[in-house]
Design a binder for this molecule. Sequence first.
Ligand SMILES: Nc1ncnc2c1ncn2[C@@H]1O[C@H](COP(=O)(O)OP(=O)(O)OP(=O)(O)O)[C@@H](O)[C@H]1O
Ligand SMILES: [Mg+2]
Length: 419
Amino acid sequence: MSVKINTLEFENVKRIKAVQLAPAKNGLTVIGGDNRQGKTSVLDAIAWALGGEKFRPSSPKREGSVTEPHLKVTLDNGIIVERSGKNGALKVIDPAGNKGGQTLLNSFVEQLALDLPKFLNSTGKEKADTLLKIIGVGDKLYQLERAEKTTYDRRTEVGRIADQKAKFAKELPVYTGVPAQPVSAAELIQSQQEIMAFNAENLRKRQQRDYYKSQLEVAETALKQAQERYDAALNNFKLADMDEPEDKSTEELERNIAEIDEINKKVRANLDRERAEQEAEDLRDQYNELTHQIESLRQERRELLEGADLPLEGLSVENGELIYKGQKWDCMSGAEQLIVGASIVRKLNPDCGFVLLDKLEQLDSKTLEEFGKWLESENLQAITTRVSKGDECSVIIEDGISVENNNKFTTKQWTAGSF
Ligand SMILES: Nc1ncnc2c1ncn2[C@@H]1O[C@H](COP(=O)(O)OP(=O)(O)OP(=O)(O)O)[C@@H](O)[C@H]1O
Ligand SMILES: [Mg+2]
């Protein structure tokens, strides 16, 4: 069951001299009055009474008072909370007989309900974390968001390289009328080698002939002394002599080889371009696959949040930030921020049925009405302050003293409208 405040009685706390108030069980209770009359002091006193030491004002006792502060709050679960004396000694009376002072109060008093500005002023990430903690999908959502970011970055990189590759492929030359694969020069080289061997043989023969010729010359010179040697030499010469051999030319082959080199250069250029185009295409495929992955991660994230029990319709988390009706925190109106804050704090501890809100001047009267209706529909009690003495105020604080506002409107009289 949500615990709510039935009555408040405060004396000599901060600016308060004597304040009594029975807030509405549901919806808005506005504490009105001029500046510096003690409105915020009432909220401070509630926070101290229920929140304990952490919320104790630095100078709790009203200056000029001879008596120490006294605070009394009755709750709708029957518990009566009293603080009195210089240190605000706590007395918790529980008709059900439950033991415990502050610990008992802490079980149903949500700290952020006593100090909503702490939530409203926290960073975007802290707000989102609070919400994710409530709905219990924080870890999984972060995993999905991290995976999405990594995939997104990877896709950007792949896309960039794919564009570069495609541009590079376009700049490469392309030739027509050449074979698809490089032509082999092996056969021609083989023929060239055979001719070279043939020519070498010729050279050898030429040298041999020259050798015998020189011998013949020697022999001729010695002809007279050595007719026999001359005959032998003559004989040898005859044997060695032959028709003048003719060398073959490798010129054509060399021309063919050069042509092949030229063709192969072009073939290689075509292959380079084909390869670059293929690479660009592969990268494009990868890019599309990554786009697909990002889409399914986003879908999974949407489903995760759709399946979660969110405290407010239209509330979500994207990239670690709260989103309400498609807007980030800094783009929400003041009223929307209050609703988002109150609904999250409400959900943090469902046993806490109230929330304190200071300075509701920021809401115009129509928005205030709508906010009141929203609070009622949420079964939430809001005790608020506003610099006003209008009909929306339940009590007016003047010089630290509460005065019942007899002209007060109830929210039931307010015109229709809702968030
Ligand atoms: N212990 C104290 N004893 C007496 N006066 C105090 C004490 N502490 C604060 N004050 C005075 O109370 C006034 C502020 O009280 P409080 O904040 O409750 O007023 P308020 O009605 O909320 O004003 P505002 O409309 O400006 O927000 C200040 O003038 C401050 O000097
Ligand atoms: Mg104030």
